[in-house]
Design a binder for this molecule. Structure first.
Ligand SMILES: *Cc1c(COP(=O)(O)O)cnc(C)c1O
Length: 413
């Protein structure tokens, strides 16, 4: 094997399954077997595989303009996309910076926040505040922002910059302890804090851990008392994953910076956006080149990716998609409420995402294997099984996943 796969222990992992085709929620292997993609191919595919309208939009764009340098040049697909997204974002988020994946969207947000203060003559603010269990991507800055306790990244902690982690509350009563702990830290250190960065409402890679909009509002209001910037990493939560277009549509407070990627292009092309306010933008607006935001990637605002995103965003606003999202959310709630087994520690759902914590990692692995044998792809995170399907999934397939799960609880592994 010449290919080295991501997030894989190559020695012990089974050989990768070769996928030759995708259609709606289905993936097909070489032998013609079909699989329901219950994890939206790592959370990116929201409208189904090989969606013809998106494929056509990319093909059409490829015949006209495949790419152009984005410093000093612009193009219609980028401008159209920004116009579409502006209709759905809060008015205050009005400046769009392109990059090409979730991690770079986060890197851009971190650098923007830090340089915002530098440009205002403040160089003491170099600490980022995160929420325990955070995941913001795998590049050094994004790992760093998630903090030293991340199970994914702790090996690299000696390269990390300074962070403070808000304790993830064990329950609603515990939220006040987390806030108190944060307040104590800020009373002493607020002049050193640059920004808060959080995955709003759902921490994906941590195991689809969920928390209330009220708690998030309390965190935001606490840090804002000290002029600390607020970054929402909506790379996973964006585009109706949590039931609303963005998770921030469920909070009272609007962030200063938001990171978007994953479902932005319907899962067709890698692209991301870091969207910010006029106030932050204006701190970079100057006759002084030194105050500019000196950051960019070769494929910034790739026109093919922009064409895919425009097509995706237009489809996403159709009423039938909204109905599907509603139905998935309902089915999650109903089926979770019915689950009862000593093998289930807890379960939860938020919009189109559901998660079930099982009694052991071995059981989660066993169930993933059974599901695959029965034509459903899941990918547990430790002892947590989660479903995050494309919005086009049939109710029948969604129920099948729950039936299989139920059928394999309570047995010895
Ligand atoms: C996946 C993810 C990222 C990283 O995105 P990549 O495109 O994989 O680099 C960042 N933040 C969150 C919340 C994510 O879920």
């Amino acid at each position: 094997m010449k290919i080295w796969h991501p997030f894989t222990q190559e020695k012990t992992a089974p050989l990768p399954l070769k996928i030759v085709r995708g259609d709606r929620e289905y993936l097909y292997d070489e032998a013609g077997n079909s699989y329901v993609d219950m994890i939206s191919s790592w959370w990116v595919n929201i409208l189904g595989h090989s969606k013809p309208e998106i494929a056509d939009a990319i093909a059409k764009q490829a015949h006209v303009l495949e790419h152009v340098i984005f410093a000093g040049y612009t193009h219609e697909p980028a401008e159209e996309l920004v116009d579409i997204l502006s209709q759905h974002l809060p008015k205050s988020l009005s400046k769009f910076f392109f990059s090409d994946n979730g991690s770079t969207a986060v890197e851009v947000a971190l650098k923007m926040a830090y340089q915002y203060f530098l440009n205002k003559g403040i160089n003491s603010r170099d600490i980022f505040v995160n929420l325990e269990g955070a995941y913001h991507g795998d590049t050094i800055g994004a790992m760093s922002a998630a903090g030293v306790n991340s199970e994914y990244h702790s090996k690299f902690k000696k390269f990390f910059f300074k962070t403070f982690s808000i304790k993830f509350p064990k329950n609603v009563e515990d939220e006040n302890n987390s806030i108190k702990n944060l307040e104590e830290f800020l009373e002493k250190n607020h002049q050193k804090v640059c920004a808060l960065i959080v995955e709003p409402l759902v921490q994906g890679a941590a195991g689809m851990k969920m928390y209330s909009p009220e708690f998030l509002d309390k965190i935001v209001e606490t840090v804002r008392r000290y002029d600390i910037l607020v970054i929402f990493d909506e790379v996973m939560t964006g585009f109706y994953r949590t039931g609303t277009m963005f998770a921030m549509n469920q909070t009272q407070n609007i962030p200063d910076i938001v990171c978007l990627s994953k479902a932005l292009t319907g899962g067709f092309m890698p692209m991301s956006l870091t969207v910010t306010t006029e106030d932050i933008y204006n701190a970079f607006w100057s006759d002084d080149w030194g105050k500019a935001f000196i950051h960019g990637h070769s494929y910034t605002a790739n026109p093919l990716a922009c064409a895919a995103a425009c097509a995706t965003q237009k489809i996403l606003q159709r009423s039938e998609i909204k109905q599907n999202i509603q139905q998935i959310s309902e089915t999650h709630k109903v089926r979770l409420a019915e689950l009862s087994s000593k093998d289930i520690l807890t379960h939860r759902s938020c919009g189109t995402i559901s998660a079930i914590d099982l009694s052991s990692v071995a059981l989660a692995k066993h169930i993933a294997k059974v599901m695959l044998q029965n034509g459903i792809i899941i990918r547990p995170l430790n002892n947590t099984i989660y479903f995050i399907p494309p919005y086009c999934i049939s109710q029948q397939n969604l129920h099948k996943a729950y039936d299989l799960l139920e059928g394999h609880l309570g047995h010895d592994v």
